[in-house]
Write a protein that binds this ligand. Structure first.
Ligand SMILES: Nc1ncnc2c1ncn2[C@@H]1O[C@H](COP(=O)(O)OP(=O)(O)OP(=O)(O)O)[C@@H](O)[C@H]1O
Length: 300
């Protein structure tokens, strides 16, 4: 699979803040990547570095096959890393025409991109009359005018209402479906779970996980157990079982997270032999949220 971006041991220090700490990952063509991390974890700084608006402290990154200068490579990248900035007294079309002039491209794609982001009906309305969601969608149309290989978005749904969030996510999925690679930064777990195929989880600039969203959700899993009567014996037995990570009491259930693959039969036999008869035993895959909380040590 074609590589779009390679990042190797990237570091950025602002004084004594290590905003990006030895970060490495790769972006392959056709996937949707999410950089997921709490506020201040280094997402925007990472995007700024690869887009040449923030200077790295050390490490390197290379676009495409590495043969283009960053300046030329960035002509094949569409990015929205700040609030959309258009002229309020100009219409959507006029604003996009101006963007085309600045980028030195023809007006050919304006209509197609306005349709893609569901703004064609409002193409002649002044930007100042647009809702926040519409402004964000116009920014996406603008970033796509030169049919970039990759679209980069920083917190694309920040500040939007649920309807606006839904519209943006659907548009991102359509753009990905049409073959454009996407890299987005988000602190929202469900956003990454819903939109992305791959995820890089970072905290305080350090990569904690990178891989497919499916694999992340599928790894390990957890047991949900119930017993009639005394739970303390069950908790103790579970805590002593190799492969059980944490044991928590949640409402009337006990949640045991796994640190290796264990099947339900194994755990049931073990408990039965030790005199505990379960009234409920379910194995669940943890949600990305549980995974994320485990990875970031519950520090959100
Ligand atoms: N120009 C700067 N000068 C000093 N410190 C900075 C600067 N830019 C970012 N930082 C610091 O670097 C760290 C990472 O910030 P960054 O904005 O990259 O995080 P983020 O994950 O994008 O967070 P958010 O979602 O809040 O934007 C933070 O501690 C931040 O305060």
């Amino acid at each position: 699979m074609e590589t779009i971006l390679t990042i190797n041991n990237l570091n950025k220090k602002f004084g004594n803040i290590h905003a990006v700490n030895n970060l490495s990952f790769e972006i392959k063509k056709g996937n949707v990547y999410g950089i997921l991390g709490p506020n201040g974890s280094g997402k925007s700084t990472t995007l700024g570095i690869i887009l040449n608006v923030v200077n790295k402290t050390s490490g390197n990154f290379s676009w495409f096959d590495g043969n283009l200068s960053t300046h030329n490579a960035l002509k094949k990248v569409g990015a929205i890393i700040e609030r959309p900035n258009f002229y309020p007294y100009m219409t959507a079309v006029q604003n996009l025409e101006l963007v085309c002039k600045i980028k030195g491209i023809t007006f050919d794609k304006i209509e197609e991109k306005l349709k893609l982001v569901n703004l064609f009906q409002r193409k002649d309305s002044k930007f100042s009359t647009y809702s926040l969601g519409m402004k964000q969608r116009l920014a996406i149309a603008s970033a796509l005018l030169n049919d970039p290989e990759i679209l980069i978005l920083d917190e694309p749904t920040n500040g939007l209402d649920p309807q606006g969030i839904h519209e943006i996510r659907e548009i991102i999925k359509t753009i990905a479906h049409n073959g454009t690679t996407i890299l987005l930064a988000s602190h929202l777990l469900d956003e990454v779970e819903k939109v992305c195929t791959h995820v890089v989880v970072i905290r305080e600039g350090v990569k904690l996980y990178s891989g497919s969203v499916d694999e992340m959700i599928a790894s390990y899993g957890l047991f949900e157990l119930k017993v009639d009567g005394e739970t303390s014996k069950l908790v103790e037995l579970l805590s002593n079982f190799e492969g059980i990570g944490t044991v928590k009491i949640e409402d009337d259930k006990i949640i045991a997270t796994l640190s290796k693959a264990i099947n339900a039969k194994e755990i049931n036999n073990y408990l039965f032999k030790n005199g505990v008869i379960l009234s409920h035993l379910v194995k669940r895959k943890p949600s990305l949220e549980q995974q994320f909380l485990t990875l970031t040590n519950n520090k959100l």
